[in-house]
Design a protein around this ligand. Sequence first.
Ligand SMILES: [Zn+2]
Length: 241
Amino acid sequence: MNDSNNEEENNLNLRVEAEHFTVYFRENDRKCIGKVIDVLEDNYSRITINLEQKLDSKLILEIYSNLKSLHLALGLQDAPDWIRGGLGAGKIIIASPLNPPPGSNFDNVLNTAIHEFVHILINKINSNTPRWLNEGIACYEAKDNSEKWIRETIIEGLSNGNIPTFKDLDTGEDFEKFFALNGYQYSYTMVEAIVNLFGYDKLRKLIKAPNKFDEVLNVSETALYNKYVDFIKANYRGITS
Ligand SMILES: [Zn+2]
C-alpha cells in the first residue's frame, strides 16, 4: 500500500447511499463497502433502541485507506499508528478495513464504524459525557476490540490489585493518556458491569447525568466502584482463554 500523502489519496471521489448512512470512499476500497454498510445498518436498530436515540438525518462516513490521509482527515497530524477512526464535524471517519492500522484486523476496523456511530448518538444525548462512559459504551456496543486483549488486561489488573477508578479514566480530550491507562479495556468492562447490574434504562439515565451516581443508581461512586470490581472478579478472574 502506498503510504505517500498525495492529494489524490485525500479525495474520496465515490459515494454510496444507504438507509441511514452515506459512505464516501475511493476505488480501491469498493470491495469492502457492502460489508461496511451492512454492519452499520444491521446494528442500527439494536443500538438506537439501547440508547433511545436516533439520527436526525443520514450520517456521513468517510473511509481512508491511506493512514496519513486518515490522520489528516481527523485533524491529528501526529496521530499514533493504532488509531482506527474518529469523528469529524458531524461525520464518522475510519481507516479502510482492507488496510487495517498496525495491531488491528479487518473486523476491528469494520466495527470501528459502529464505535464511532455510537459516539455520535451519545454526544447527541450529552456532549459532556465523561470519556470513561462515552468510550466504554462505544466499545461495549461495537465490540471493536479483541476480547482476549480486554480479558488479559483485566486479569493482570486484578492480580496487581491495580484497577483504575472512573475518575482515573476521565481523561477529557486526552485519548493517548486514556489508551496508556488501558482505558479502552477497562471502560468496556465498567459499562458491561453497569448494563448487567443495573440495565440499559439506568445506563441511559447515567449518560444524561453522569456525575449523579446516587440519584441514578442509588449507590455512591465508591460503592459503584466496589460493585464493578466484584463484577470483574466474578466474571474475569481465573478464566483464561
Ligand atoms: Zn472512541
